[in-house]
Write a protein of this length. Structure first.
Length: 142
């Protein structure tokens, strides 16, 4: 029982768990989006014949997809949190929990959107992307 005399219902706990699961899925994808240089430039540590600015196209497409999936998860999380924040009138602790979940979701959504735009600009700036020529394993950054 909270101070207002209203107990927390099972449906509200289930919604909090759903939002947290969406955030965990998004965090899993954000983990790969934080440091993408080791994934995008796999030939920088080899040295020798390959240019260190060779970008792996498959990894570039996969990270763009991860950023979209993470953005969608955070969008769902923030919209569910906003709806529950507006619906819940009596339990102040639940309003605080949903407000915190909503604000963190918005921040993470901005990060995923920014990372997608950054990867889109990178894919637009690539040159020598003849994937089937056999000359190089990826594309070059000018």
């Amino acid at each position: 029982m909270n101070p207002t005399g209203r107990s927390i219902e099972l449906g509200e706990i289930i919604i909090i768990v759903i939002v947290l699961v969406l955030k965990l899925v998004s965090y899993f994808f954000i983990f790969f989006l934080i440091n993408i240089k080791s994934f995008l430039y796999p030939y920088t540590d080899i040295g020798g014949s390959l240019d260190p600015y060779v970008v792996d196209l498959d990894v570039l497409d996969a990270t763009r997809l991860l950023s979209i999936i993470s953005f969608i998860c955070e969008l769902l999380s923030s919209s569910i949190s906003l709806c529950m924040f507006r619906v819940n009138n009596s339990a102040k602790i639940l309003k605080l929990i949903f407000m915190i979940l909503m604000m963190t979701s918005v921040i993470e959504m901005l990060f995923c959107g920014y990372r997608f735009i950054e990867l889109k600009n990178l894919s637009d700036s690539l040159v020598s992307c003849d994937k089937f020529a056999g000359n190089s394993p990826g594309c070059y950054i000018p």
